[in-house]
Design a protein. Structure first.
Length: 231
C-alpha cells in the first residue's frame, strides 16, 4: 500500500471513530436523485429538500415537470436558489433523456458497468462528475466517489491530492485512494468534517481528529512535520 492510500485509510477510520457510521438519507430512484442533485448545487441540504418536495407536490410525474411551463418549474424550486438556471437545466435533462430513451426510466443503468453508466450520465448538459457519482453511488448502488466543495477543500488540506488538481481530476484520484466498499461513508464523513470542523475560512484544527497527521494543521508549530508514524 502506498503512503497516500495508507493516509486515506487512516483518515477514513479516524472519521468513523469520531462521527460513527453515517447513513445516507432514503435512497431515491435514479431520476429523483438526478433532479435532487441538480437542485443541491450551491445550496444546503434543507433548501434542496424543500425545493424537491415542492417540485414533487406541484407535478405528479417527471413527465409533467419535463413538459411544464418553465416559469412554473422555476417558481416551485425557488427555495433551492439559482432557480432560473436550475429549472431549465432540469427540464432540458428530462427532455434529452426522453428523446434518447423514449421514457424517463433509468433502471437500464443497472445493467451497465460503472464506467459505462457514468459516461452515459455525463453526456447530458448540466450533469457533472459529482452529480453522476451521486446517482451511481447512492441510487444505483454502483461504487463511485462524489467530490463536492467540502471534500475538494479538505482533501487538499489533508494532503490527499495535489493542490493544483482540478475537481474533475479529483474524482478518479480520490476514488483510487479509498476502497470502493467504503465510498459512501468516506464521502459522507469527509463532508461532515468540512461542514463542522474544517471550515473554509477558519478551520477548527484544535478540535480536529486529524490534526496530528494533517499537513495544513494550524495546531503544529511552524516548520514541524505531521506525525506520519500514525498513518
Ligand atoms: S487539522 Fe485543520 S486543516 Fe487539517 S483537516 Fe483538520 S481542521 Fe482541516
Amino acid at each position: 500500500m502506498d503512503e497516500l492510500t495508507a493516509r486515506a485509510q487512516t483518515i477514513y477510520h479516524r472519521l468513523l471513530q469520531t462521527f460513527g457510521f453515517p447513513e445516507w438519507r432514503k435512497a431515491l430512484s435514479p431520476v429523483d436523485e438526478l433532479v435532487s442533485t441538480i437542485l443541491s448545487q450551491n445550496t444546503n441540504d434543507r433548501n434542496r429538500d424543500v425545493a424537491f418536495d415542492r417540485l414533487k407536490a406541484a407535478f405528479p410525474t417527471w413527465e409533467d415537470v419535463r413538459d411544464a411551463d418553465p416559469d412554473d418549474v422555476i417558481e416551485s424550486i425557488r427555495p433551492a436558489g439559482l432557480a432560473n438556471q436550475k429549472g431549465p437545466r432540469i427540464q432540458t435533462v428530462l427532455k434529452e433523456i426522453s428523446a434518447e430513451r423514449g421514457n424517463l426510466d433509468l433502471s437500464f443503468l443497472l445493467d451497465m458497468t460503472v464506467d459505462e453508466a457514468r459516461s452515459w450520465l455525463l453526456h447530458f448538459n448540466g450533469v457533472g462528475p459529482k452529480t453522476a457519482a451521486i446517482v451511481l453511488q447512492f441510487s444505483l448502488d454502483k461504487p463511485d466517489f462524489p467530490v463536492d466543495t467540502h471534500i475538494y477543500r479538505v482533501s487538499g488540506r489533508l494532503g490527499l491530492r495535489p493542490e493544483t488538481m482540478t475537481v474533475e481530476q479529483a474524482h478518479p484520484h480520490l476514488a483510487s485512494l479509498f476502497d470502493p466498499s467504503t465510498y459512501g461513508p468516506a464521502h459522507l464523513n469527509l463532508i461532515r468534517l468540512g461542514r463542522e470542523i474544517c471550515h473554509a475560512r477558519r478551520p477548527n484544527c484544535d478540535n480536529c481528529p486529524l490534526n496530528d497527521i494533517c499537513p495544513s494543521s494550524l495546531t503544529r508549530s511552524p516548520g514541524s512535520t505531521p506525525d506520519h508514524l500514525t498513518l
